[in-house]
Design a protein around this ligand. Structure first.
Ligand SMILES: *[C@@H]1O[C@H](CO)[C@@H](O)[C@H](O)[C@H]1NC(C)=O
Length: 364
């Protein structure tokens, strides 16, 4: 142990990377009103160090507790120990586990239950504590974030119409299978050589933006329906993109757009629920940001980096070359059923800007 510390220090002096440990992003699931033991996943590339975890931000709903001594040592109930009420509290369990407890009474939310952050340290000098990892606690729906429009338009806006950034219209009544939803109508056609140049989109509110890495490997789901418009094949904006994900700070601040082509699916105006795989292999294409180059399949690193710093999320409303009215309901980013979802190779930094994943299968 001592010799490893010395070796590490020597390597550090020799400017060979003796890396700070990583605090891996973690997704935990909990029942409504339930509780869950969450192991905080530190990852150390240097052998022989034992890691310590520190809670650096607290959840907005629910509470975090240390494990009781008896549970920590022998696995016997009760699990609950001292409540963690302030940031920079060191986790006492030697396996870096904490207990997350839902409030009572409780109910499922449209998105995640809570997020909190932690760092890990290997206790050596010369290596600082890691950057913070995020713990996302999900309910039974596995929704990382969602809008069900049960009481408002949830902050969704319309982009690309004559007045950009107008609020989407909220409708609290029901129409067909839609009940409590938002809609918008095309108010700007700009036809140039048979193409509608002013496409309008539903633009997601800030709850969908920023770090949403927990949805990697899961799905994006939403239901679309149209009241009016000519959805015959010849009248469709068939070369457009159904979904656009944009990250302005990706690729060292040059920005990356990853879009899902409408041609990979279809929409004829009748009510349809879409479920799109949130993986680089799900049918998405990366915009080359250069009209002379072709769109390409994004790499695993591209995809995870975009999900780790979303600047906008847009869903097409302008399906036709003429005027149409389109409504949308139940938009969500949903975690997959897999146990773990963000590969370690994409966690060299919390925003995945340091990523060494190759395409194909990466063990979790
Ligand atoms: C939206 O979700 C709610 C709650 O899960 C469900 O009752 C409703 O049928 C969904 N609406 C559509 C249009 O799928």
């Amino acid at each position: 142990m001592l010799s490893l510390v010395i070796l590490c220090s020597l390597l550090f002096i020799a400017a060979v990377n003796c890396a700070a440990p990583l605090s891996l992003h973690t997704v935990a699931e909990v029942a409504v009103g339930g509780n869950v033991v969450i192991p905080l996943l530190g990852y150390d590339t240097d052998i022989g160090h034992s890691l310590t975890a520190t809670i650096t931000s607290l959840p907005t709903t629910g509470k975090v507790y240390q494990l009781s001594d008896v549970y920590s040592k022998y696995g016997y109930d009760p699990k609950v120990g001292t409540e963690i009420t302030s940031v920079n509290t060191v986790v006492t369990d030697s396996k870096m586990r904490v207990l997350y407890v839902r409030p009572t009474p409780d109910r499922e939310l449209s998105g995640d239950f809570a997020r909190f952050e932690y760092t890990v340290s290997d206790g050596t000098t010369g290596t600082a504590a890691s950057s913070a990892g995020t713990v996302v606690v999900l309910g039974p729906s596995k929704n990382v974030v969602g809008s069900d429009f049960s009481s408002s338009n949830d902050g969704w806006t319309i982009e690309g119409n004559r007045v950009a950034g107008t609020a989407a219209t909220y409708e609290a009544s029901s129409r067909g299978s839609l009940n409590h939803y938002i809609y918008a109508t095309d108010d700007s056609l700009n036809m140039q050589s048979d193409t509608d140049k002013d496409l309008w989109y539903f633009s997601a509110p800030s709850s969908f933006l920023g770090w949403q890495g927990a949805v990697y490997g899961g799905t994006m789901e939403f239901t679309l329906s149209s009241f009016s418009g000519d959805f015959s094949a010849a009248n469709l904006n068939s070369q457009s993109y159904l979904v656009e994900l944009y990250c302005s700070k990706c690729a060292t601040n040059t920005g990356v757009t990853i879009s899902y082509p409408l041609s990979a699916t279809s929409f004829d105006g009748t009510t349809k629920t879409f479920s799109i795989s949130m993986k680089e292999t799900g049918g998405w294409l990366r915009d080359p940001e250069n009209t002379l180059q072709a769109w390409t399949v994004p790499t695993k690193c591209d995809f995870i980096e975009v999900l780790s710093g979303l600047t906008h999320v847009k869903i097409l409303g302008d399906f036709t070359k003429w005027y149409e009215s389109v409504s949308i309901d139940n938009v969500s980013f949903k975690k997959s059923n897999a146990k773990s979802n963000i590969p370690v190779c994409a966690q060299g930094s919390p925003d995945a800007s340091s990523c060494t994943c190759t395409n194909g299968f990466t063990p979790p």
